[in-house]
Ligand binder design. Structure first.
Ligand code: HAM
Length: 422
């Protein structure tokens, strides 16, 4: 006997879950299309080497499904879409018309310890602009994120966009604190884990890396900065120009649930400048929902330089949890358009099929009973399945070329004449 249990951390979608999944995807798609983004797709398999360069060692070494194919090539099931889309852009960079605005909703696999909000398989909306280093593309990426949340019915007070910058962080670590590359890298990783560590544990690791009380205090102060004005005391104004435009423009566009958060890092090595995370601000589920940022020149790993890029990835698991928490999932119900046909006996089956076909041609969705149960039982089944309307076909109807349309909620019955639809 084989267990019907699924493999740990992956997803089965029974029809009720699939309907929710489709609702989530269609809401995401609608907003992307409103902003002029085009949909693309790709295979789940990639050559492993494309993740080695810039994804970050934790993901590649610990979280990928990697294996050797029958031709001894090392292959990985994609844990994220960004290297794939960068590869696609690099492969046709000569013929593509930049800037590109592209989106996709791929499934991704990461070998994680499954927990709330984190599974081994998730679907992730990826929204990216290639070929523009204009700050207005960063602004657009954040607006798309915000408007997807609004399209799901989220209230602005229930989510917050926390924005940081790799460029500012790197300036602070290298130029202000004069740290070595190795120290800088380690501080990046430490800040990325900050929310998961106690203050003491954070201090201890920080001390191990820096061995300098003054610099340690400066890092702590920097990580707590949530105000651009405060930052102006330690970072030269030319480094802050873009982020200031970003904040004022978003606020002018009525996106004001944004804060600067110097401790936002994000796990991937490829981010180069603005980075952001969208947080659920409620007490029940206070966590990051999704995020992204600018990652100029990732296409360099494919030998194509000077392609700026900016985008984000939004997972279906965290957004579904969010929608459930705030009661924002729509009830997915059958409509007047969905009709269940009950068939009195096998003698009327052909006639019932003919009616079903005609109703389908007129745009209805028709489910025809196959059970041969008593008519009362068929009606009960239709009601349990959520149908509001049924059609009853018996000998009478067949002889008179009619059918009975019944509203299960009101009990009202109407005899309809069959009209041939061609
Ligand atoms: P990421 O932060 O690894 O970024 O993932 C983006 C989002 O995908 C997360 O914030 C979360 O919503 C969802 N996600 C990630 N891992 C899991 C998981 N194991 N289970 C459930 N949901 C998950 C990236 O992947 C970047 N490539 C995004 C990006 C696109 N940056 C620029 N363009």
């Amino acid at each position: 006997m084989i267990t019907p249990k699924k493999y740990k951390g992956v997803r089965d979608f029974y029809p009720a879950d699939m309907a929710i999944q489709q609702y989530i995807f269609s809401t995401m798609k609608k907003v992307c299309q409103q902003y002029g983004y085009e949909e693309y797709g790709a295979s789940i398999l990639e050559n492993t080497e494309i993740y080695r360069a810039k994804t970050g060692s934790e993901i590649v070494n610990e979280q990928t499904y990697t294996f050797f194919d029958r031709g001894n090539r090392e292959v990985t099931i994609r844990p994220e879409m960004t290297p794939t889309v960068a590869r696609m852009v690099a492969a046709q960079s000569k013929s593509l018309l930049f800037p590109l605005r592209w989106f996709s909703i791929p499934n991704l696999l990461r070998y994680e310890n499954p927990q709330r909000g984190r599974l081994r398989e998730h679907w992730q909306l990826n929204v990216d602009i290639f070929g523009s280093n204009n700050i207005y593309s960063d602004i657009e990426i954040i607006s798309v994120s915000s408007n997807i949340m609004i399209a799901f019915g989220a209230q602005k007070e229930n989510f917050e966009i926390r924005i940081g910058s790799r460029k500012i962080l790197n300036f602070f670590l290298k130029d202000s604190l004069q740290l070595t590359d190795d120290q800088g890298y380690k501080i990046n990783k430490l800040l990325d884990k900050k929310n998961k560590l106690s203050d003491e544990a954070f201090q201890t690791i920080l001390n191990d890396i820096l061995q300098d009380a003054q610099k340690e205090a400066q890092v702590i102060q920097f990580a707590q900065t949530t105000d651009l004005k405060e930052l102006a005391n330690i970072i030269p104004s030319e480094i802050l120009t873009d982020i200031k435009i970003l904040f004022t423009t978003l606020q002018k566009n009525n996106i004001n649930n944004i804060i600067f958060d110097a401790s936002i890092i994000r796990g991937f090595d490829y981010y180069t400048d603005m980075i952001f995370e969208v947080f659920d601000t409620g007490p029940e589920n206070n966590r990051s929902l999704f995020g992204g940022g600018r990652y100029d020149n990732l296409t360099n790993i494919f030998g194509v330089s000077d392609i700026a890029a900016c985008g984000f990835g939004m997972g279906d698991v965290t957004i579904r949890d969010y929608l459930e928490t705030y009661n924002l999932l729509p009830k997915i119900e059958k409509t007047e358009n969905d009709i269940y046909i009950c068939v009195m006996s096998e003698q009327e089956r052909n006639y019932a099929s003919k009616i079903a076909d005609q109703l389908r041609k007129s745009g209805k969705n028709i489910t025809i009973d196959l059970s041969n149960k008593k008519i009362g039982k068929q009606i009960q089944d239709a009601s349990k399945k959520g149908f509001l309307f049924i059609v009853i076909i018996g000998q009478n109807e067949q002889e008179n070329n009619t059918y009975v349309l019944k509203n299960l909620e009101t009990g009202e019955e109407v005899i309809e004449n069959v009209i041939e639809v061609t």
